[in-house]
Design a protein around this ligand. Structure first.
Ligand code: ASP
Length: 365
């Protein structure tokens, strides 16, 4: 039922978003064609041409983020916070550190910031608790680690990395994952660590709405704030990391796309690294992150072409809302969304930190 409603509600926006992508694409073509300024545009999208030697791209969630729904203080806070996350990851890459270390550092900055629906600012379940999901993937060997439904871990992304590095498994859930983390001294927190008034009020609104509509209609506003990062290091290695509190008012141990490798998180040195954000059920069903990389590998598409095809066409036609950030093996980057906004930013070698919130701010190229 909510799938149909979601499609109807989003379809107008999706149509407009697709037109703007076409227009942005056309103007990029015209500008690049006229001025040939590709040399000072790190991460230019042309397949086969070298992009930036190293760099990272991050997101802090996608959804109905509009200027009307934002105060200047909040907006300023997001921009500062995104920049801090970019700086943390970039410093590691600049020093010759790995893409994996860089994405973990960037995501941890955002997990520790209550602005986002990850770590500290995680949304509440219908029981008023917090259940967090996270995943990492290393493009070098396609090793991956994920945790689902953890309730007392300060930085779930760290635990996901431990699963990858210290266990023979890819995904651990709930209590078991927490006990595993304890054995490695992972930082634990009390439940009230995650409490923020903003997220609690969102739960109360969601509960009221559910009582009134008696339906499971899921507004994308109920999950805005998932965080993610992708990076390419000086050795050409790629990595992806994503962390979330999931969906406000979720029940029955619901797990979203974030810890599902290939859906919310994916990395392969053969093509690209992707971190997604949006209505998780649709991202799982469309295997969004892997699909972007697969299109590059099998169809020879550029990163930008692949990301747009998956997010603006495939996912959108299915009624799924959200976006992705991605970087490819040649150092190109992409930030694509079919929603009015996505907290996002990039910092590519040879460039400067760029942050944006609303879809019409583009991607800084
Ligand atoms: N994808 C996340 C989930 O469904 C939520 C989000 O990215 O906003 O759990």
């Amino acid at each position: 039922m909510f799938g149909r409603e979601g499609h109807d509600v989003g379809s107008d926006w999706l149509r407009r978003a697709r037109i703007s992508v076409l227009l942005v694409g056309l103007s990029v073509f015209v500008i690049v064609g006229c001025e040939d300024n590709s040399a000072d545009a790190p991460g230019t999208t042309t397949a086969g041409e070298p992009g930036a030697e190293f760099g990272l791209v991050i997101h802090g969630g996608a959804g109905t983020i509009t200027r009307e729904s934002m105060t200047s203080e909040l907006e300023e806070g997001y921009r500062r916070s995104l920049e801090a996350a970019l700086e943390a990851g970039y410093a590691i890459l600049e020093d010759g550190g790995s893409a994996m270390d860089a994405v973990i550092a960037a995501v941890m900055v955002m997990e520790d910031d209550s602005l986002y629906n990850a770590g500290r600012g995680a949304v509440f379940t219908s029981e008023g608790t917090n259940e967090l999901d996270a995943a990492v993937m290393d493009g070098v060997d396609r090793n991956a680690g994920a945790v689902a439904g953890v309730t007392r871990v300060r930085n779930p992304i760290e635990l996901a990395r431990l699963v990858m590095d210290e266990s023979p498994h890819v995904m651990m859930a709930g209590e078991g994952a927490e006990v595993f983390g304890e054995q490695f001294g992972i930082a634990q927190v009390d439940a009230d660590y995650y409490y923020t008034e903003r997220r609690w009020e969102a739960l109360e609104r969601a509960r009221e709405d559910e009582e009134i509509t008696l339906s499971w209609h899921l507004e994308d506003d109920r999950m805005i704030g998932t965080v993610g990062a992708v990076a390419r290091d000086r050795d050409g290695n790629l990595a992806a990391a994503t962390s979330t509190g999931g969906m406000t008012n979720k029940r029955f141990g619901r797990v979203g796309d974030v810890p599902v490798i290939g859906a919310g998180t994916y990395a392969s040195n053969e093509s690209c690294a992707v971190s997604a954000t949006g209505h998780g059920e649709y991202f799982i069903r469309n295997v969004v992150s892997r699909e972007v990389c697969a299109r590059m590998e099998h169809r020879g598409e550029s990163l930008q072409e692949a990301a747009e095809a998956v997010v603006m066409v495939q996912l959108a036609d299915h009624g799924g809302t959200g976006g992705v950030v991605a970087v490819d093996r040649d150092g190109h980057f992409s930030m694509v969304m079919n929603t009015p906004g996505m907290y996002r930013g990039h910092y590519m070698a040879g460039g400067t930190p760029f942050t944006a919130i609303y879809a019409d701010e583009g991607d800084g190229r």
